[in-house]
Structures are given as C-alpha cells and as structure tokens.
Design a protein around this ligand. Structure first.
Ligand code: SF4
Length: 298
C-alpha cells in the first residue's frame, strides 16, 4: 500500500474544534465535519461535507504524532462527532494509537446520540479498554420543545438513555448545555428542564456555554426575521441561576467559564451549589462585574 509520508505533518482540513480541556492533547482528525450537521445554531461544519478520512491519512498523522508529540499524553479525535465512525474502523484507530503512541493515557471524542446508539454496550466497554476515556456530548437543553426547534436529532429521553450507556460502560461523560438557546420566552422552562435532565444524567462534567448566533445559520435567520429573541445579560444570568438551582449532581463539575458567558462560574457539586447561586444573586444585584461584551467570543 502507498502509505502517506508521516513527515508531512498533520493533515488538518478546515476549521478544527476541540473542547477547552483538550487544549494540550494530540488532535487527530479522523473525520471531517459532522454527520448530523443540522443543529440550527451550529455553523461550525457547514462548509464541510461529512466523511471519514482514509486510513492512510489517519495512520500517517498517528506516526507524525509518534515522532513529534511525545510529551502529549492525551489524544482527542475530531471532528464534530467522531464516535460515529463504525466500530471496526474505530477499533483500528484505537489500536494504532496504542501501538504508536503507547504513552497516551486517555483518548477523547465528540459524540452525538446517534454515534452512541450505533455502538453496543460491549463495544463501548471494549473501546474503553482500548483507552477511550471520555466522551463529549452536546445536549444543549433538556426541554423537548427546544430540542425539536433546534433540530438536535434527539429528545431528552434519548439523551438520557445514551448518556447512561456511556456511563455504564465506564467512560467519563462530559456534556455541554446552551444558555439562551430557547430564546427569551422559554428561557426558564429550558433552564429547569435542562437542570432536571442533568440531575437524571449525573455526568462528570457540565459545560454551560452562551449561544452565539453565527451568521448563515438557521438561528441567525430566525433572529433576523423575529422568530427568535436572545435573552439579555440579566435574562441569561437568571437562566443560569435557574439551571444550577434545578441541577443536582453526585460529584460532577459544572462550569460556565467559557468565553461566551457573562459570568464565569465553577461549581463542584454537591457542596458548591449554594455558593454559586449566591454569586449569581450578587451579579444580578450588580455587585459582581460581568465579562464585558467585547471579551465574549467563541
Ligand atoms: S451535532 Fe454538534 S457538530 Fe453537529 S451540527 Fe449539531 S452542534 Fe454542530
């Protein structure tokens, strides 16, 4: 076989996204784009047609990493929902990582519910045994009406079932939720339903981001045509407060320290909950500085 030369460097295509916690990881782009690519707020992969990259390219990138990335002990597999890769191909990738990057302690991946559904529990356990240590799942909301409106492709029950499947396989679960995604009128309903879903799911990590309306997305059209109204910063703070109040985790971490948020909050449940609510109350009373608009960005 004509293997691609691994000295060429990593073969990244287009804009590549990874979670903040994977900033120091070896970023291995095994898929291009997102197989779902329908969420109304997401413009990240609109210019990419989904495909799984050739094994030659993936292998070449792993070999490049084996030469030049020996100080990085985590791998993150991109793009948007790389867990969608069929099990035999994914197993092959995990084996190549183990073979050529034996110092790697954890492999992470973005997933959607479809990618999890396509794997049996025993396959997830096998992937865990090969090093898959964390799955990042964008749940955005626990409110079914909102999930339908944003075309997430799953309702709250499906999200709960798939999240539980990951946890039962012994893989860490990190989820993201979106402040503001339900618009102004449904803001608090979304907050409470999301808190209830998070409590039922009990993930290891929750990242709360504030929705940023990206030009060219269906959400931007809805905003332009008056079908969607983003809550203002006070509304977003109230939404965050309601969500944290409705969330009870056994020991998880809830972050809202993403650059898109007005108030960085980090809550270690269960003991940090009341303190976080107190901080938000102070912010609502104007006694805590919020992140200025110009500093908020994706
Ligand atoms: S599943 Fe994730 S990456 Fe794909 S369109 Fe939705 S938000 Fe974007």
């Amino acid at each position: 076989m004509d293997w691609t030369d691994e000295t060429e460097g990593m073969h990244y295509e287009g804009m590549c996204i990874r979670p903040p916690s994977e900033a120091d990881s070896i970023l291995l782009q095994a898929t291009v784009g997102c197989s779902h690519n329908k969420c109304t707020f997401c413009g990240t992969y609109k210019d990419k047609r989904f495909r799984i990259k050739d094994n030659d390219i993936i292998r070449s990138d792993i070999l490049f990493a084996s030469r030049y990335m020996r100080n990085q002990d985590r791998v993150f597999i991109m793009d948007g929902d790389a867990l969608i890769i069929p099990y035999p191909r994914l197993t092959w990738i995990m084996e190549k990582i183990r073979e050529h990057l034996p110092w790697v302690k954890r492999v992470g991946v973005y997933a959607n519910t479809k990618g999890i559904r396509m794997k049996s529990e025993s396959e997830l356990i096998a992937l865990r045994d090969m090093g898959l240590g964390i799955i990042y799942l964008g749940i955005e909301s626990g409110d079914d009406q909102t999930l339908k409106a944003i075309r997430k492709g799953a309702d709250s029950q499906r999200i709960l079932d798939m999240g539980n499947k990951v946890k039962h396989a012994g893989i860490k679960l990190s989820v993201t939720v979106l402040l503001g995604i339900a618009g102004k009128e449904r803001s608090l309903i979304h907050a409470r339903a999301t808190g209830e879903l998070l409590s039922a799911l009990d993930p290891d990590y929750v990242g709360a981001l504030t929705v940023m309306v990206m030009p060219g997305t269906p959400l931007a059209n809805d905003l332009d045509e008056g079908r969607f109204e983003l809550p203002d910063h006070v509304g977003l703070l109230r939404e965050l407060r309601e969500m944290i109040a409705a969330t009870d985790l056994s020991s998880g971490l809830f972050f809202s320290n993403h650059a898109s948020n007005y108030l960085p909050v980090k809550v270690r449940y269960p003991r940090g909950k009341e303190q976080a609510l107190g901080l938000i109350d102070m912010a609502l009373q104007g006694r805590v500085d919020l992140r200025p608009e110009w500093m908020r960005a994706l």
